[in-house]
Design a protein around this ligand. Sequence first.
Ligand code: GLV
Ligand code: MG
Length: 357
Amino acid sequence: MRSPRHFFEPLAVGAPTPLREIPFRPSRMIHFFDPSNAKMAAKLPELAKTCDVLLGNLEDAVAADKKVEAREGFVRVAREVDFKRCQLWTRVNSLDSPWFLDDVERIVAEVGDRLDVLMIPKVEGAWDIHFVDRLLALLEARHGLKRPILIHAILETALGVANVEEIAGASPRMQGLSLGPADLAASRRMKTTRVGGGHPGYIVRADPDPALPDAPRPAYQQDLWHYTLARMVDACVAQGILPYYGPFGDIRDTQACEDQFRNAFIIGCVGAWSLHPVQIKIARQVFSPPVDEVRWARRVIEAMGDGTGAVMLDGKMQDDATVKQCRVMVGLAQMLARDDAELSAAYGFDPPAGAER
Ligand code: GLV
Ligand code: MG
């Protein structure tokens, strides 16, 4: 293990110094686009106004004969489009693929200064992060980059889940983790062909009623992803990085998508992927703290004064711990409201200077 004394030293001569803190910027939705698709690329300036993160996808869902086109398309849009406040990420191909090396070399060389985060799929252990960490340092040094590129890993193999704590803490570049339910299901040999969400067969059935043993017994669908999501959130928070839910594949089922996103939000995730414009709206709504909760949390904070002791508010006990819960809610609301006048007004905050949306 690397000594804590050396953890924040650059891994190549001339590479920028790693960050001590991961910037916590709005990232409620990581909206995927295919950079090989010129029609999609033309919509990016408009999309950038409504998204926290736009991600050029080079990996799965891009056909093998479109990989180079997607890479070059990404370089082009990164150079030409003004993303304003929206972050620009890319998902490169997996480390063992024939495209990974060229993806990273070309993108860092051409548009490394415009890239916020590099998403790495199918990360299995700290060794994968260490490899990317050193490679990025060498490329940053070669191309004179001033700001370190951050790494986001997808948790989508059984081995990755087994090693999630060490992945989250493998490098100061680690920005966050996303749960990838499709690849993870395949890797674990789960028997679902869906991308995220529930499964009608994954249930718990109520006991029979002894008085009516033949009466129908209610059954309740369980959450297939709860264990992984909870474990991932703990691993991320313990290492000071950000957890995200990944894709929800049934674009038409907006209700189940909203439920999946909300479960992730409540359990601690800061955002989710969006695969279609309809999911951008869902993510924006779900990953912004609800107005009534924020207003309530502000009342608690005010009533708790210096944050110690206990008070009763509307019949509910408040103490040092509940005020911390409320600060989480209000802190997130304030961060999001900084660039969002509408949200700011809904929360009852003073209007932010220069807000546009
Ligand atoms: C995402 O990449 C997934 O496999 O779910
Ligand atoms: Mg995947």
